[in-house]
Design a protein around this ligand. Structure first.
Ligand code: GLC
Length: 733
């Protein structure tokens, strides 16, 4: 296909909509719109051929990022491996850890000591020199693609650093650059804004405005004073910023994380969050990607209450973000750890599971930011639990101040007026591993490691992409060294952003260590998830009533496969009081379990699995083989009557076994074909049938051989057949 034709075709389908949206937002500014379209054309023309090829492949398989094999990891380049070249040299570890989605935290040029962890960008065209160059980034992206890893990068769009060229010029009085930010001559309007705009960092950076001495004006700074809010009501800002985003996509970035996206439109008298114009802008950005780089995904960073999050998916016809963070589920999970009461989490999951399957969530236990307590307090009020008191309890519990708690977190931005502190800490330290190791208490450590692994099992049971923070896979503990660093000590998020410990990572294969226990258990679970299609985002998912508040139950069903999962948040053995009459495979120990009054160990989980398609195919094939066996025996009897000496050729059981092994190998190959989801799906469809046919033939051959030998246990396969049939019949009823 000719390039320009492809571009024209893509644009044609979306042109009317984008023109209308752009015109509505920018008051019919035709010149700005023409510039915008010209920019799309330019970035399309500049897009490297290999990325265009990837776009076409992904457009042909729009489910490419929604399969069961996706596993993400997020990390700071510096903390993990010093610089971009270091990350590239450690791709082996990333690959070995099963990761195929790599989120590198902000790495563009940012002033030391005024960077907010890289979220104050001074130059969108340059990598932070300490971390490498744009060429290194491009090289890494290519290398990742070669190894089947997608690369995610932040696009910090709400603000720039005060050191950005625009901000520098604006300070010096350049009128065009002044229009790119929000400047005020005095505090009157800023004070008006403050009446309705909440604060992001009430303790570390109170207020939403800062005084700029050089300009002699007040400037809007929602986050830190050195992060200047961009004015998206100015189309030049939008066009230029979109250009920076598309140029990152052209460097090979597959997933663009839209940082702090709810904040990008400001209006006096509002909260300056989630305004309708934000959605128009995101939709235009999505359209720009569909035209220039349809293989690129938009991940919205919307850390808001559930009803504010979901609209960022847009509608099915007019989608906005491809993916969003499952933030309320994350916070509700830690609430459940502290309370051992799964009711809120179940309620939250009922909402998430009820959403259209097209909505893809990024699931996580913690990230580089704090855990904010955006819970459903309306629901908690049903139990008389009030917001302020409950936040205090959660913070007390998770910082270890609550009696009996082994969690070791730290508070973040404690707002004494609202009692609204948030929380920091690594997963392992919050689970109690740090306290247990300090006390050298083996029992406590086991309980804490079990909790850590159970939470990961829960994470892997959800639909969407599970993302692990680098270091959590080996249970890394809090890093208190930030208290000694004047550039970091005011921001407790550095507690859980410590340097990755390669020394500890070396212990990952030693099952006697904490690192090995967690790493190996996570690998086992991840591999199991990747190997079963029912973990894909298209599956049906629901919660199960366990009649035990300590035990959360989740069901999944997809294409003949079913999973019942139970998670015990309690510190003692608990029972999920379910009463299903079916038999399942316990994925933990390979035993057959009836789904009836399931016992779940303290801080443990149970995954019960069933494959109706395989079982049905097996039952049918066995029935067919038995029928044929009967016919053969009858024919043999008849023949024996005529010619008693005639011999019959019997297929040896070993031959049939070989076929069964072949079919199993097919299945294994299908599971391995991660990079080719379509092939994987096709292979999976035929594998159970082949396996069943081979198994049935094996059974038939055995029966024949047994009949031949005239000494009995032809009963065994028959008994198996009966139980399989029973289970099957129930499921179909
Ligand atoms: C996002 C980032 C956070 C940062 C903020 C300001 O919320 O996740 O780390 O402080 O944006 O850019």
């Amino acid at each position: 296909m000719e390039r320009t034709k492809e571009f024209k075709e893509r644009l044609a389908t979306l042109y009317d909509e984008v023109k209308w949206l752009y015109g509505e937002l920018y008051h019919g500014d035709g010149q700005a719109f023409e510039y915008f379209i010209g920019m799309l054309e330019k970035f399309y023309a500049e897009r490297p051929a290999y990325l265009k090829e990837l776009d076409r492949k992904r457009s042909a398989d729009p489910e490419w990022y929604r399969g069961s094999g996706m596993l993400g990891m997020l990390m700071y380049v510096g903390a993990f491996a010093g610089n971009l070249k270091g990350v590239e040299s450690h791709l082996g570890y990333i690959k070995e850890s099963g990761v195929n989605y790599l989120h590198l935290m902000p790495l563009l040029k940012s002033p030391k000591g005024r960077s907010d962890g890289g979220y104050a960008v001074a130059d969108f065209t340059q990598v932070e020199p300490e971390l490498g160059t744009m060429d290194d980034l491009e090289h890494l992206a290519k290398e990742c693609h070669g190894q089947g890893i997608s690369l995610c990068l932040d696009f910090v769009m709400n603000h720039t650093s005060e050191d950005h060229e625009w901000a520098v010029k604006a300070r010096q009085g350049d009128p065009e650059c002044r229009k790119k930010y929000f400047f005020f001559d005095d505090w009157n309007l800023p004070n008006e804004f403050e009446r309705t705009v909440p604060q992001v960092f009430p303790q570390t950076a109170p207020g939403n405005f800062s005084w700029c001495e050089e300009a002699g004006k007040v400037v809007m700074t929602t986050f830190y004073p050195y992060q200047w809010d961009l004015n998206y009501a100015n189309p030049v800002v939008f066009n230029d910023m979109l250009g920076y985003m598309l140029s990152l996509a052209n460097k090979g970035v597959d997933i663009v994380r839209l940082d702090a996206v709810p904040y990008i439109w400001k209006q006096l008298g509002t909260s300056c969050r989630n305004l309708p114009q934000v959605h128009t802008l995101v939709r235009i950005m999505r359209i720009a990607c569909e035209v220039v780089c349809p293989g690129t995904l938009l991940l919205g960073e919307v850390v808001m209450e559930p009803e504010k999050v979901v609209p960022y998916f847009g509608s099915v016809e007019k989608p906005e973000c491809h993916m969003l963070y499952n933030v309320t589920t994350m916070a509700s999970t830690w609430h459940t750890v502290a309370t051992r009461d799964t009711r809120l989490l179940k309620h939250q999951l009922d909402i998430v599971f009820g959403l259209p399957k097209a909505y893809t969530f990024l699931n996580y236990l913690r990230c580089h930011d704090d855990i904010g307590w955006g819970l459903d307090y309306g629901y908690l009020m049903n139990f008389g639990i009030g917001e302020v008191a409950h936040k205090k309890f959660l913070n007390d519990y998770l910082t270890g101040r609550w009696w009996g708690s082994n969690s070791r977190g730290e508070l973040y931005n404690d707002d004494p007026r609202l009692g609204d502190a948030r929380l920091c800490g690594t997963t392992a330290s919050l689970c109690g591993i740090e306290a247990a190791e300090y006390e050298k208490n083996e029992f406590k450590e086991k309980m804490a490691i079990d909790l850590d692994c159970m939470l990961h099992a829960f994470l892997f049971t959800l639909s969407g992409i599970p993302v692990i923070y680098s270091g959590d896979e080996i249970g890394q503990l809090n890093d208190y060294s930030y208290h000694e660093d004047p550039l970091k000590w005011a921001d407790s998020r550095y507690l859980h952003r410590g340097a990755f410990s390669w020394e500890e990572a070396e212990l990952k294969d030693d099952a006697a260590t904490r690192q090995g226990k967690i790493y190996q258990e996570l690998r086992r679970l991840e591999a199991m998830r990747a190997g079963k299609e029912l973990f894909c985002a298209e599956a049906d998912v629901w919660t199960i009533e366990t009649y035990n508040d300590k035990v959360l139950g989740i069901g999944r069903y997809y294409n003949g496969e079913k999973l019942l999962a139970f998670f015990n948040f309690g510190e003692d053995f608990q029972t999920a009081w379910i009463e299903e009459d079916e038999e399942y495979l316990n994925l933990e120990n390979g035993e057959r379990w009836r789904a009836y009054h399931i016992g779940v160990p303290a801080h443990g989980f149970v995954w019960l699995y069933k494959n109706y398609t395989e079982e049905k195919a097996l039952a049918q094939a066995i029935a067919k083989a038995a029928e044929e066996g009967k016919k053969k025996t009858a024919a043999k009897k008849a023949a024996a009557k005529k010619a008693p000496a005639a011999k019959k050729a019997v297929k040896k059981p070993t031959e049939a076994k070989d076929e069964a092994a072949g079919a199993k190998a097919d299945e294994a190959a299908a599971e391995k074909a991660d990079a080719k989801p379509a092939a994987k799906r096709a292979a999976r469809k035929t594998a159970p049938k082949k396996a069943a046919e081979a198994k049935a033939e094996e059974a038939g051959a055995k029966a024949d051989a047994n009949a031949e030998a005239k000494k009995g246990p032809a009963k065994k396969p028959a008994a198996k057949k009966a139980s399989t049939k029973k289970a099957d019949g129930k499921a179909e009823a």
